[in-house]
Design a protein around this ligand. Structure first.
Ligand code: CTP
Length: 318
């Protein structure tokens, strides 16, 4: 990585690389690296850092296109304030972003060319303008799967209920609140995807009607009766599509995990159900998963959610 942040580079690495020049140490190292020595290649990743005019100049873009054609991978650049005081494209990605890009680069591309649709988080079913019914799902598992699938080369669409999580890099995110909104967002997209992973903790019921104004106490000491109606089952609806994607369900249970997970596999007619104990994992950074399919049950031992997500992605790919 060539990091020149607060000074104007007199010679840009991409220009030297484009010409195959080796008149300074860095470009020499890049030129001398093995491209295919007995199968061993040394990838080259570039994180450009320059003024927006330099970045957009045809000469820079021409040289960049050349180094990309020669096999280099370009990370960023970002957009925003520049050392010179201007604002625009050309900022080096932040260090944490570069770290995540590097980690992603080295993941096996087992889902290259695939499109993956994921639901995540809880849903929120409004009772009135200030109250609603929701659950303790944090969305962390679904967001981890979105990141892992993207790292594995997939194009990922994430339909998220109300959660406080940053969107994984290069993932398209659609925010929804209620189960009905999640259903309406997912159904038209499902057939364009090859894999659907339903991690969302979708509320099973919603108030039959949501009050326009806050419901006030009536002095009787009794809570008003709220009539409930069942929400659509998003996973089952996707699994019924004629051109359905490969469907993965989650089963969040409080007990009898294997039995309930297998029942859901059959009831929702999906090839894979991933069981976990909801109360033991909601909001936490780690989890234990039980994979249930036609072959049997298999446990993925307790680990952080991103590691489990990567294992699950490999499983789905195979
Ligand atoms: N699911 C869904 N839409 C719903 C309910 C559930 O898409 N309305 C999906 C979940 O995202 C999960 C799977 O179905 O992938 C199982 O969800 P879960 O809440 O564990 O099961 P339920 O179908 O609600 O069954 P039960 O109430 O018997 O536990």
């Amino acid at each position: 990585l060539h990091v020149k942040r607060h000074s104007f580079p007199t010679r840009r690495s991409s220009d030297l690389l484009a010409q195959g020049r080796a008149d300074e140490l860095l470009s020499l190292l890049c030129l001398a690296r093995p491209l295919n020595a007995g199968g061993a290649t040394c990838p080259l990743l570039l994180a450009p850092a320059m003024n927006r005019e330099m970045w957009s100049h045809p000469a820079t873009q021409r040289n960049l296109a050349q180094v990309v054609a020669d096999g280099a991978v370009v990370l960023g650049p970002g957009h925003g304030d520049q050392a010179c005081g201007e604002v625009g494209d050309g900022r080096m990605l932040e260090a944490e972003e570069l770290r995540d890009e590097l980690i992603a680069f080295f993941q096996p591309k087992v889902l290259a060319g695939q499109r993956v649709l994921i639901t995540a988080g809880p849903t929120f079913e409004a009772i009135d303008p200030v109250r609603g019914i929701t659950n303790l799902s944090s969305g962390k598992m679904g967001f981890a799967i979105a990141r892992a699938a993207q790292e594995a080369g997939a194009q990922v669409t994430l339909v998220a209920g109300p959660v406080h999580l940053p969107t994984p890099r290069h993932v398209r995110r659609i925010d929804v609140k209620s189960a009905q909104q999640m259903h309406d967002a997912v159904l038209p997209l499902a057939a364009q995807h090859s894999v659907f992973v339903a991690t969302a903790a979708v509320a099973d019921w919603r108030p039959a009607s949501s009050a326009d104004q806050k419901i006030k106490k009536d002095g009787s000491g009794r809570m008003p009766t709220i009539e409930m109606t069942e929400n659509p089952d998003i996973l089952a609806a996707v699994a019924r599509l004629a051109d359905r994607p490969y469907c993965v369900g989650f089963a969040a249970e409080s007990h009898d995990l294997a039995r309930h997970a297998r029942a859901k596999l059959l009831r929702k007619n999906v090839p894979l159900v991933v069981g976990n104990l909801g109360p033991a994992t909601f909001g936490r950074d780690d989890n234990t998963l039980l994979l249930v399919d036609a072959q049997g049950d298999r446990e993925l031992a307790t680990a952080d959610k991103l590691s489990l997500a990567r294992e699950l992605v490999r499983e789905i790919a195979s």
